[in-house]
Design a protein around this ligand. Structure first.
Ligand SMILES: Nc1nc2c(c(=O)[nH]1)N[C@H]1C(S)=C(S)[C@@H](COP(=O)(O)OP(=O)(O)OC[C@H]3O[C@@H](n4cnc5c(=O)[nH]c(N)nc54)[C@H](O)[C@@H]3O)O[C@H]1N2
Ligand SMILES: Nc1nc2c(c(=O)[nH]1)N[C@H]1C(S)=C(S)[C@@H](COP(=O)(O)OP(=O)(O)OC[C@H]3O[C@@H](n4cnc5c(=O)[nH]c(N)nc54)[C@H](O)[C@@H]3O)O[C@H]1N2
Ligand code: SF4
Ligand SMILES: [Mo]
Length: 729
C-alpha cells in the first residue's frame, strides 16, 4: 500500500501476510472495542484492527488496541507454576497438579487452624465473566471464605455503592448513544481522550454533528478539559459541595422537574433542606468555583431538555466517592434526566470486565446481583449449585482495603491474588509490603511472572492472557462482547477458568457442585440464573455465537428477544429497584476529612493515568511502541511553583509525604495549578509510596487522588541512574 507522493519517500505499510482474522474484544479498558487479531500462515498473531461493524468502535482502536497482537509473546510471561516454602527463597518449578495439591492443602490447613475466613481471595476486573462465575462458585461454594473481594474496590466500588443507594441496584442506566441525543454533558473527574479514547471519539462525533455544551469538572486541565466549553477546576475532594450548590440553584429558581420528582423519587424534602444550605456564595469558598459559574452551569443543565453526566475516578476515588455518585444521580433525578435518550447518569467503568465481576463473581454477594443478606437468594443459589445454603455467610465479608489491614492484625493468614498487583496499585507501598510479608501463604495468579507482587509470594500460577481464552466481557454500557482465542496459551500457562475448575476438585464441595468444562457451559448456567420477572440483569436470550454475530449485546436481553439488540437504557419507565419502586434522593452533608496541603506539605498530590500505559505496565511496559512514548515516571508541576523552588523542567526531584518518598522527573506544565502535582500511577515504587488512600465510608474505596506532599531537590546523576534501573522491566 502506498501513501503520499510517489516520487518522495512514500510511507509503506508492511504487508503482515495475514491469512486469517480472529474476532475478539480488547482486554484493556471498559470501552469494549471489537478487535480482529490477524494471524499469519504460521498461526502467529501479527496485526490488530478494529471491527468496522461493531457498534462500539466502528472500526477504530486506540493506541493500546492497535498493538494488542504484540502482547502474546511479550517478555516476562509465566512459564511453569512456581513454588517455595519461604518468601525470598529460590522458587522451584512445579507441575500444575503438584502446585494445585499444595495450594488446596495450604488453604485447608490455614482454615482448620484459624477458621474459614482466615484465608482471603482478591480478584480483579480483568478476567472473563465465565471465569468470574466459576471463581465465585469455587470461593463461595467450595473454599467457603467470606473474605473475598476484587480490585474493583480500588476502582468502581463507589459507583456500585452510589447506584445501589440511589436506584436500589447496580448497573449503569445509559449508553454511548446518549451522546447523540443529549443537549448538555457534564464530565466529572473523567479524562476520556486518554482513558477511554474510543468513547471520547463517539462523544466527539456526536459533538461534530450537533453542538451541545461540554462541561468538565477536574482540578487539572486534562485533554478533555481543553476541549470543554466550560472547565471547572474544582478544589480536590469537594465535588459534593458543587453538586449541592447546582441543585440549590435549580430548586431556588424552580428549574426542577416537579412531575418526575413526585412520580418517581423518595425523600425530596430532606434533599431540599440540605441543598438549601449551599447557596453559590457559600459553596464557592469550599469548592473553588465562582458563584456565577455555578449558577450558569446549573441553568444550562436544568434548562436543556436532555442532560447527562458521566464520571470516572475523580469522583469514585474520594472519601466522598459513594456520596458523589448519589449526588450526580440526584442532580439527574430532580431534572428528570434518567432513562431517557440523552438524559442519564453514566459511570464510565475502568477495567475491561469491571462490570462482569460486579454481575457474576459473587465478590460482594452471590451471582447475578444477588445478596448474601437475602435468605431467598442464598437458598436459590445453594439449590442451583447443589449445596446446603447454610454454607453461605449471611452478610458480605471484608472489602479488599479491609482485608489488607486484617492481615496486618493477624486475622487473615493466607491470600490468593488473581490478576491484581497490589504492590503497585494499593496506597502506601511500604505498608502493603509489610502486610504481604506477614502472610503464611500468598498465591499470585498472573499472566506475567515478573509482576512485582510475585516477589512476596509462595506460589505463582501462570495464567493465559485474554485472547488465549474464550468468554465474555461486559463494557461500560452493559454490553456483553465475546473474546475468542486468537492463539493458544503460551508455555504451560492455563486459562483462569481451568485453574479454578481444577482447584475445585480438591475440595469436598467441589465433588458436589457441577463445574462445566467449557466457558459456554458456564455461560448457560449464568443465563439460567439471570432469568426472572423484574430482573434487569437478564442475559437469557444471549449465546456466545449470538454475541459475536451482533458484535456485542446489551442487557437486559431476555429469552425469546427478537433481533440482536438488548435494551439500550434502564429505568425508562421510571421504576427503580427499591421497595416502593421510587429512586432515593439522598441529602449530602459535606465532611472535609482529606489530608490537605499545609506549611510543611504544601502541594496536593493527584494521580491517574496516561493514554499509552495500562496500570502497572505488565503489558504496555513491554510493548516497544507504547513504552517509547511514555518510558519514565514523571510528575506534572506548574512552572510558577517550580520557579519559586528553583526546580527546572526535566530535572529530578523527590516528592515526600507523611508515608514515604519517591523520585520523579519533572514536567513543567500549566495543566496543574500551582498548589498541585499530578503523577501517573503506572510505575512501581512511585506514586503509591507516597499516597494515603483514606477510605470512603460506604464503598471502602481509597481516595487515591488526594493527599499532601512536599518537593525536595536530589542529586541528578544518582536519580538518573535509579530511573534507568526502574525502567528496565
Ligand atoms: N490508558 C489507560 N486507560 C485506562 C486505564 C489505564 O491505566 N490506562 N485504566 C482504566 C481504569 S481501570 C480506570 S478506573 C479508568 C480511569 O479513568 P479516569 O478516571 O478518566 O482516569 P484518571 O487519570 O485516574 O482520573 C481522572 C481525573 O480525575 C481527576 N481528579 C482528581 N481529583 C479530583 C477531584 O477531586 N474531583 C474531580 N472532579 N476530579 C478529580 C484527575 O485530575 C484526573 O484527570 O481508566 C481506564 N482506562
Ligand atoms: N495512585 C493510584 N493508584 C491506583 C489508581 C490511581 O488512579 N492512582 N487507580 C486504581 C484503579 S482504578 C485500579 S483499577 C487499580 C488497578 O490495579 P491492579 O489491579 O494492580 O491492576 P493491573 O496492574 O492491571 O493488575 C492486573 C494484573 O493482572 C494481570 N492479568 C491481566 N490479564 C489477566 C488474566 O486474564 N488472568 C490473570 N490471572 N492475570 C491477568 C496483569 O498482568 C496484571 O499484573 O489500581 C488502583 N491504584
Ligand atoms: S479504547 Fe479501550 S477497549 Fe478500545 S482499543 Fe483502546 S484500550 Fe481497547
Ligand atoms: Mo480502575
Amino acid at each position: 500500500m502506498l501513501f503520499g507522493r510517489k516520487d518522495r519517500n512514500p510511507i509503506r505499510i508492511a504487508d503482515k501476510k495475514v491469512v486469517e482474522w480472529k474476532y475478539t474484544t480488547c482486554g484493556y479498558c471498559s470501552t469494549g472495542c471489537s478487535i480482529e487479531v490477524g494471524l499469519n500462515a504460521e498461526g502467529n498473531a501479527v496485526a490488530s484492527r478494529g471491527h468496522a461493524e461493531a457498534d462500539v468502535n466502528r472500526g477504530k482502536l486506540c493506541i493500546k488496541g492497535i498493538f494488542e497482537h504484540e502482547l502474546f509473546d511479550s517478555a516476562g510471561r509465566g512459564d511453569k507454576p512456581l513454588v517455595r516454602d519461604k518468601t525470598f527463597d529460590a522458587y522451584q518449578e512445579s507441575t500444575w497438579d503438584a502446585a494445585l495439591d499444595t495450594m488446596a492443602d495450604k488453604i485447608k490447613g490455614i482454615q482448620e487452624k484459624y477458621g474459614r475466613d482466615s484465608f482471603a481471595v482478591v480478584s480483579t476486573g480483568q478476567i472473563l465473566t465465565e471465569e468470574f462465575y466459576t471463581l465465585g462458585k469455587l470461593v463461595r461454594g467450595c473454599i467457603g471464605t467470606n473474605n473475598y473481594d476484587g480490585n474493583t474496590t480500588l476502582c468502581m466500588a463507589s459507583a456500585v455503592s452510589g447506584y445501589k443507594r440511589s436506584f436500589g441496584s447496580d448497573g449503569p442506566p445509559g449508553c454511548y448513544e446518549d451522546f447523540d441525543h443529549t443537549d448538555c454533558l457534564i464530565a466529572w473527574g473523567s479524562n476520556l481522550p486518554e482513558q477511554h479514547p474510543i468513547i471520547y471519539w463517539r462523544l466527539k462525533e456526536a459533538l461534530e454533528k450537533r453542538k451541545f455544551p461540554l462541561i468538565v469538572v477536574d482540578p487539572r486541565v486534562t485533554m478533555l478539559a481543553q476541549f470543554a466549553d466550560i472547565h471547572l477546576p474544582i478544589t480536590p475532594g469537594t465535588d459534593v459541595v458543587l453538586m449541592n450548590s447546582l441543585m440549590h440553584v435549580i430548586l431556588d429558581e424552580g428549574l426542577e422537574d416537579r412531575a418526575y420528582i413526585e412520580a418517581h423519587c423518595n425523600n425530596f424534602e430532606a434533599l431540599a433542606e440540605e441543598v438549601a444550605k449551599w447557596d453559590p456564595v457559600r459553596a464557592q469558598r469550599v469548592c473553588g468555583i465562582d458563584e456565577d459559574t455555578i449558577r450558569n452551569v446549573a441553568r444550562l443543565y436544568a434548562k436543556s431538555g436532555r442532560a447527562m453526566s458521566i464520571w470516572t475516578m475523580g469522583i469514585n476515588q474520594s472519601t466522598h466517592g459513594s456520596d458523589g455518585v448519589t449526588g450526580i444521580n440526584s442532580l439527574n433525578l430532580i431534572t428528570g434526566n434518567i432513562g431517557k435518550p440523552g438524559g442519564t447518569s453514566l459511570s464510565i467503568t475502568g477495567q475491561c470486565n469491571a462490570m462482569g465481576t460486579r454481575e457474576w463473581s459473587s465478590c460482594s454477594g452471590l451471582p447475578g446481583y444477588r445478596a448474601l443478606e437475602n435468605p431467598e437468594h442464598r437458598e436459590e443459589i445453594a439449590k442451583f449449585w447443589g449445596i446446603d445454603s447454610s454454607f453461605f455467610p449471611e452478610k458480605r465479608g471484608l472489602f479488599q482495603t479491609d482485608i489488607f489491614p486484617a492481615i496486618e492484625t493477624g486475622q487473615i493468614k493466607g491470600l490468593w491474588l488473581v490478576a491484581t498487583n497490589p504492590m503497585t496499585s494499593m496506597p502506601n507501598t511500604a505498608r502493603t509490603r509489610k502486610i504481604l510479608e506477614k502472610l503464611d501463604f500468598l498465591v499470585v495468579q498472573d499472566c506475567y511472572s515478573d509482576v512485582e507482587t510475585t516477589e512476596y509470594a509462595h506460589m505463582f500460577l501462570p495464567a493465559a492472557v485474554w485472547a488465549e481464552k474464550t468468554g465474555t466481557f461486559t463494557n461500560t454500557e452493559r454490553r456483553y462482547n465475546l473474546v475468542r482465542p486468537a492463539v493458544k496459551p503460551k508455555n504451560t500457562s492455563k486459562a483462569d477458568f481451568d485453574i479454578f475448575r481444577e482447584l475445585a476438585t480438591r475440595f469436598e464441595n467441589g465433588q458436589k457442585i457441577h463445574f462445566p468444562e467449557t466457558p459456554s457451559g458456564a455461560f448457560e448456567e449464568m443465563k439460567q440464573l439471570s432469568k426472572g420477572a423484574g430482573r434487569t440483569l437478564d442475559i437469557s436470550g444471549m449465546s456466545h455465537d449470538k454475541i459475536e454475530q451482533a458484535r456485542g449485546i446489551q442487557w437486559p436481553y431476555r429469552e425469546g428477544a427478537e433481533g440482536l439488540k438488548g435494551d439500550q437504557r434502564l429505568y425508562t419507565d421510571g421504576k427503580f429497584q427499591t421497595e416502593n419502586g421510587k429512586a432515593n434522593l439522598i441529602p449530602l452533608a459535606f465532611v472535609d476529612n482529606n489530608e490537605v496541603p499545609c506549611d510543611e506539605y504544601p502541594f496536593w498530590m493527584n494521580s491517574g493515568r496516561v493514554v499509552e500505559h495500562f496500570h502497572g505496565r505488565t503489558r504496555t511496559g513491554k510493548l516497544g511502541n507504547l513504552n517509547k512514548f511514555s518510558p519514565t515516571p514523571y510528575m506534572e508541576m506548574n512552572p510558577d511553583a517550580a520557579k519559586k523552588l528553583g526546580i527546572k523542567h526535566q530535572s529530578y526531584v523527590r516528592i515526600v509525604s507523611r508515608r514515604g518518598d519517591a523520585v520523579v522527573l519533572v514536567q513543567l506544565t500549566q495543566r496543574v495549578p500551582s498548589n498541585m502535582v499530578f503523577i501517573p500511577f503506572h510505575f512501581y515504587d512511585c506514586v503509591n509510596r507516597v499516597s494515603l488512600g483514606l477510605l470512603d465510608p460506604y464503598s471502602r474505596q481509597p481516595a487515591f487522588k488526594q493527599c499532601s506532599v512536599k518537593i525536595e531537590h536530589v542529586d541528578q546523576d544518582e536519580a538518573g541512574r535509579l530511573n534507568v534501573e526502574r525502567r528496565s522491566f
